[in-house]
Design a protein around this ligand. Structure first.
Ligand code: GRF
Length: 221
């Protein structure tokens, strides 16, 4: 991808869209050399759609319940995404499991953020599971999407402490602050041509990334 050109993103959501907001802000303030061509939600009336409308970003609802099966929903979703010809597809709290056919259409240019230190706790209720297990730390991981749920190769990971007395909500808020930093950052690396998926393995600046991704700190360039 030419490194000077602004990239085009399509963001998929199902809810609040605070990660979407982080992308909107990063795109505006110069931290992300990309424009959001469209936001697509599988749920009507969610706050993420309002966030898109507030700044004039094209937004669509594709209600999965209107489709007979996962395959037909995914085909329609992929067709609608492709109309915008995005360089990168961003899953930001998109609560649908995607078929291998869908993932194959965007291989190497689709990312997700998961609120755990993957490979720990794929799936739901990550914060509750980390607290119940007595873990001392939690976090979030940005990864390329493969057909394995929350199982694609990690790009960047941020850690936070689990503090005595934390409940799920307190921990989720602490992790979200980190999510909003690492997700636009990973997208920016991709848009700058620094990050790519080579034969299934992510490379940043020409070097293979560790299995759990680059460890984020506030000094991470
Ligand atoms: C985030 O915790 C993200 O890691 C997970 O879903 C949540 C979405 O939050 N995949 P938001 O809609 O971006 O506020």
């Amino acid at each position: 991808m030419p490194q000077n050109k602004r990239s085009k993103l399509v963001v998929l959501i199902s809810g609040s869209g605070s990660n979407l907001q982080a992308f909107i802000d990063a795109s505006k303030n110069g931290n992300l050399n990309a424009d959001i061509a469209a936001v697509i939600s599988n749920k009507a009336g969610v706050m993420g759609l309002e966030r898109a409308k507030n700044v004039g970003i094209a937004n669509e609802v594709i209600d999965h319940k209107q489709f007979d099966d996962r395959e037909s929903f995914d085909t329609e979703l992929a067709d609608r995404i492709e109309r915008y010809q995005p360089d990168l597809v961003i899953l930001a709290g998109f609560m649908r499991i995607l078929t291998p056919e869908f993932v194959g259409r965007f291989a190497g240019r689709i990312m997700n953020i998961h609120p755990s230190l993957l490979p720990k706790y794929p799936g739901l209720h990550t914060h509750r599971r980390a607290i119940e297990a007595g873990d001392k730390k939690a976090g979030a991981t940005v990864h390329f999407v493969t057909s394995e749920l929350d199982g694609g190769p990690a790009i960047v990971q941020a850690e936070v402490p689990i503090l005595p007395g934390d409940d799920e909500g307190a921990l989720a808020s602490r992790v979200l602050v980190q999510e909003h930093q690492i997700y636009p950052l990973a997208a920016q690396w991709f848009c700058e041509g620094k990050l790519s998926l080579k034969n299934g393995a992510p490379e940043l600046n020409g070097e293979a990334l560790p299995t759990s991704g680059k460890k984020f700190s506030n000094e991470t360039p």
